[in-house]
Design a protein around this ligand. Structure first.
Ligand code: AP5
Ligand code: MG
Length: 209
């Protein structure tokens, strides 16, 4: 799944993963877990994530290469937030070729800039199960508590207006060109991420079905 910060990649990938029983590989989630655990990768990634820049290609390509070698990725997986540079897309092409895998769909979830900012600044995530919430679009029944598992809702360190605008400009400069890498390869589709979450989900299921 491609798309700018806040387009709904994580929200949708999570639901698709649940419906079809296939793993969601979010480089953002993996990097945040590495930072929290204080691993070598986490220490290297921390500064770039805090300054809204991208983590180096060798680190994220390494993470994905390890992850797609796991048993649960033998048949199918969803990439959420990777590849994010043309170099990452080229590295992915080679990794897939080596493993005799192919990309079935590249889906770009589009969204207006001001909506992206509003979505990200209102977002919270369950520390227990990872379920996402929003102050307006998806309120938990009890403030600060996850409806699904009762866990505590947390906000991401990079989710404030200033950092979001920086992330959007990094997206325009470094990630938007990745779309051209895939546009002519045949499997590229666009879904309007401005629609209700359920409608976006139905559109995605119709493509993936
Ligand atoms: P990452 O975690 O991937 O962040 P991102 O790309 O900035 O995207 P987000 O997770 O913010 O947005 P999303 O599209 O998942 O939106 P969500 O579904 O949560 O990356 C973080 C950092 O890690 C990067 O800045 C970089 O430093 C590093 N990194 C990660 N991958 C990397 C890579 N490959 N290379 C280099 N560095 C990398 O939705 C947002 C909110 O909107 C939620 O509250 C949700 O409830 C709400 N919402 C969703 N859909 C709708 C809808 N249709 N209507 C209304 N509200 C909605
Ligand atoms: Mg996400």
């Amino acid at each position: 799944f491609m798309g700018p910060p806040g387009a709904g990649k994580g929200t949708q990938a999570r639901q698709i993963a649940e419906k079809y029983g296939i793993p969601q590989l979010s480089t953002g989630d993996m990097l945040r877990a590495a930072v929290k655990a204080g691993t070598d990768v986490g220490r290297k990634a921390k500064a770039a994530m805090e300054s809204c820049g991208l983590v180096t290609d060798d680190i994220v390509v390494g993470i994905i290469a390890d992850r797609i070698s796991a048993a649960d990725c033998k048949k199918c997986f969803i990439l959420d937030g990777f590849p994010r540079t043309v170099a990452q897309a080229q590295a992915l092409d080679s990794m897939l070729l080596e493993r005799k895998l192919k990309i079935d769909h590249v889906i770009d979830i589009t969204c207006d800039t001001e909506a992206l900012v509003a979505r990200i600044t209102g977002r919270s995530t369950c520390a227990g199960c990872g379920e996402g919430y929003h102050t307006e679009h998806k309120k938990p029944k009890k403030a600060g508590v996850c409806d699904k598992c009762g866990g505590t809702l947390t906000t991401r360190a990079d989710d404030n207006e200033e950092t979001v605008r920086n992330r959007l400009s990094v997206y325009d400069q470094q990630t938007a060109p990745v779309i051209d890498h895939y546009r002519h390869k045949g499997a590229f589709k666009t879904v309007d991420g401005m629609q209700e979450m359920d409608t976006v989900f139905k559109n995605l299921c119709a493509i993936i079905g």
